[in-house]
Structure formats: structure tokens, C-alpha cells
Design a protein around this ligand. Structure first.
Ligand code: UDP
Length: 242
């Protein structure tokens, strides 16, 4: 019998905006519930899921810097914001009877475990969804880079970047309706054509570790579920020789 999923272990990068209300800010518990239902459906296939959660719905480091804040402090505020998102997502998953653990790169022992690589792997092996918050714990980085690094560290099969568009286009599809969507790209093509996938640090980590990246539309329909089931033509896959 064919396996239900083509992946054993995935890292899903969710931006903080995924949890936000209509205006893009704050945490909307209904959005958290929607995300949790999508994750539960994938989890039921037996896929090990680590989620790296962003914080842009609450704060971005650049926001404070633009207003004169000390830059590292502003980034730390962003990292702490990701922990709030992680707890909201954990709550929604637990209410669906999906067992979870939150691990943070910035220690917050009253609410979450510290990020410990082997312990994260152990949780995944025990079918717990691991929510990784606090980015890398270092200012100046993004949670995209955290996703790229954590995926490499825990030997995930792929980083799946949840977006609002169904893949990578030759130009912004909103402003250029004739933009072409790619089904597959190699790392070199992305760099040559300056295509937007992840920030450059994150992308370089993926390229150096030959970590495939799948960019999907997470929000409409069930593209995540279909992608892990191996349906072709979902989103854009970036990798060399795969
Ligand atoms: N951040 C950081 N180090 C990290 C990850 C995140 O300093 O390793 C800060 C950074 O200021 C960023 C904010 O946390 O703007 C929120 O993360 P991100 O912008 O990646 O969230 P997303 O856009 O995915 O919601």
C-alpha cells in the first residue's frame, strides 16, 4: 500500500499574519482554529510536524527601529511575540486532541520548554506537533531563517512555507496578471532571477543543506494536505535534483 504521505517529517513555516484578524494584526482565535484543523488533517496521515511560527502580526523588529528604538531590543520584542502566537496555536491544537509541545529559543520556562534539538526530535517521534517559537533567539534574524535552520538540524524532509499565493511567480501576480507560476525551480534559478521565496539568509541555509522548499497557498482549500499526499502541481518546489 502506498504511504499516506510522501514526507516523514516536515517543517511548516507559518507567518504570524496567519493568526491575525482581518486587519493583519493581533491574534484571532478563529484563525488559530482553522490552522489547527489543517494541521490535524496532516497529522492524521502520520506526518511528523514541526511548526516555526512568526510574529509579524504583533511586532516586527524593523517597526521599532524605524521609530528610533534600540535595534536588538526591537528584535527581542518580535521574538517574544512569536511565543504568544505559539501558545495560541498550541491551545487550538490541544482542543482538537492533537498533542503538542512548544519550544522556545528565548527561554520562557513557565510556558514552554527551551529548544533542545534532540528533545524536539523525540517529541516528533512520539507524534507530538512541535511548535518552535522565538526564532533563533538572536536579533537580526527572521523566523524564515529559523525554519531553514531547524529543518536542517532535525533532518526534516522539507520546509513548507505557508503563503497566500499558490507558489512562486515570475513577478508579483497581483500587479502582473500575466506573471508565470513555476512548478519547480532549482536554487540557482531562484538566485539568478531574484525570485522571492524566503529572505536571503534563510534561502542560503536551505541551499547549503540541500533542504527542499515548497511554497504553497496555505489558506484557501487544502493544498497543504494535498501536497503532503504527493499530488503534483501544488505550489512551487525549490530543490536541486529532486
Ligand atoms: N526575530 C529575531 N530573530 C529571530 C526571529 C525573529 O530577531 O531569529 C524578530 C524580528 O524582529 C522579526 C520578528 O521577530 O521581525 C518577527 O518575526 P518574523 O518577521 O520572521 O515573523 P513573520 O513575518 O513570519 O510573521
Amino acid at each position: 500500500m502506498a504511504p499516506a504521505s510522501i514526507y516523514r517529517r516536515i517543517v511548516l513555516k507559518l507567518s504570524g499574519e496567519a493568526l491575525a484578524a482581518e486587519d493583519g494584526h493581533g491574534i484571532d482565535p478563529e484563525r488559530a482554529d482553522e490552522i489547527a484543523r489543517k494541521l490535524r488533517d496532516v497529522h492524521e496521515l502520520g506526518v511528523q510536524i514541526a511548526v516555526v511560527i512568526g510574529g509579524g502580526n504583533l511586532w516586527r523588529g524593523t517597526t521599532g527601529v524605524a521609530r528610533g528604538m534600540d535595534e536588538p531590543t526591537s528584535h527581542y520584542i518580535g521574538m517574544v511575540g512569536t511565543v504568544m502566537n505559539a501558545l495560541a496555536l498550541q491551545d487550538a491544537l490541544e482542543r482538537l486532541d492533537v498533542r503538542t509541545r512548544v519550544q522556545t529559543a528565548v527561554q520562557m520556562n513557565a510556558v514552554a520548554e527551551p529548544y533542545i534539538r534532540l528533545r524536539a526530535i523525540r517529541h516528533l517521534e512520539k507524534s507530538r506537533v512541535v511548535i518552535l517559537a522565538g526564532g533563533l533567539g538572536n536579533p537580526y534574524f527572521t523566523t524564515d531563517t529559523a525554519a531553514a535552520l531547524r529543518a536542517s538540524e532535525i533532518s526534516a524532509d522539507i520546509v513548507i512555507k505557508a503563503t497566500k499565493v499558490n507558489g512562486i511567480y515570475s513577478a508579483d501576480p497581483v500587479r502582473h496578471p500575466d506573471a508565470q507560476r513555476f512548478e519547480r525551480l532549482d536554487y540557482g534559478q531562484v538566485l539568478r532571477d531574484k525570485l522571492e521565496v524566503m529572505d536571503m539568509t534563510a534561502f542560503t541555509v536551505c541551499e547549503e543543506n540541500q533542504m527542499p522548499i515548497l511554497v504553497i497557498n496555505f489558506f484557501d482549500g487544502d493544498d497543504l494536505l494535498q501536497a503532503v499526499k504527493g499530488r503534483s502541481g501544488i505550489g512551487t518546489l525549490v530543490c536541486d535534483d529532486c
